[in-house]
Design a protein around this ligand. Sequence first.
Ligand SMILES: CC(C)(COP(=O)(O)OP(=O)(O)OC[C@H]1O[C@@H](n2cnc3c(N)ncnc32)[C@H](O)[C@@H]1OP(=O)(O)O)[C@@H](O)C(=O)NCCC(=O)NCCS
Length: 182
Amino acid sequence: MGQMRPATVHDVPRIAEIISSHAELGKMLFKSFAQLYEDLRDFAVYETDGDSPRVMGCVALTIIWADLAEIRSLAVDESARGQGIGTRLVQWSVDEAHRLQIRRLMALTYEQRFFEKLGFEVVRKESLPLKVWSDCVRCPKNDNCDEIAVVRTLQDIPIIEAPKAIPTPRGVSIPVLELEQD
Ligand SMILES: CC(C)(COP(=O)(O)OP(=O)(O)OC[C@H]1O[C@@H](n2cnc3c(N)ncnc32)[C@H](O)[C@@H]1OP(=O)(O)O)[C@@H](O)C(=O)NCCC(=O)NCCS
């Protein structure tokens, strides 16, 4: 067994290694060291117990809006798959969403069955806020995205009157489309 804990700077090379091994197969986006340091506060890792603990999985939860957070960079070391670590990583994200009081979790993924087992439903990608697509410019597939969007609503978190995107002082507004209703 092992445990989940927040990531630290010491974990960045290992997180990069795990993500890269899947990104090379086209299953997820590469993350540069610069991106990992910048987003490190979003990250948690799964670490094995014992005298020489080893990070075997990682996940990031990014806040998109008042009622939506995105699971990103979810990855389990190839040698440790099928042992429930992916489930632990998603459960950490659910716990974190509870702490933050964010009612909906989403992911863009090829692992539809894995997410469905964890209570996520497939939704039309067009139903997600445009802000979600900010990473697409960095994706080699860009306009030919074949990932599936999955959403899970945490029913015990109260519905929040989510603010609409309003123009900032510099006149920039973040476009937000409506999510489909529950
Ligand atoms: C998807 C991933 C995170 C799953 O991690 P894992 O530790 O193997 O998952 P778990 O052991 O917790 O599996 C949970 C359940 O999902 C099932 N499952 C996992 N991957 C599956 C798949 N590709 N297809 C069907 N079922 C799958 C398991 O069999 C298990 O079912 P069970 O509870 O009936 O035994 C891991 O395979 C991975 O790192 N994939 C590559 C990166 C990726 O695609 N990430 C998603 C980006 S959002």
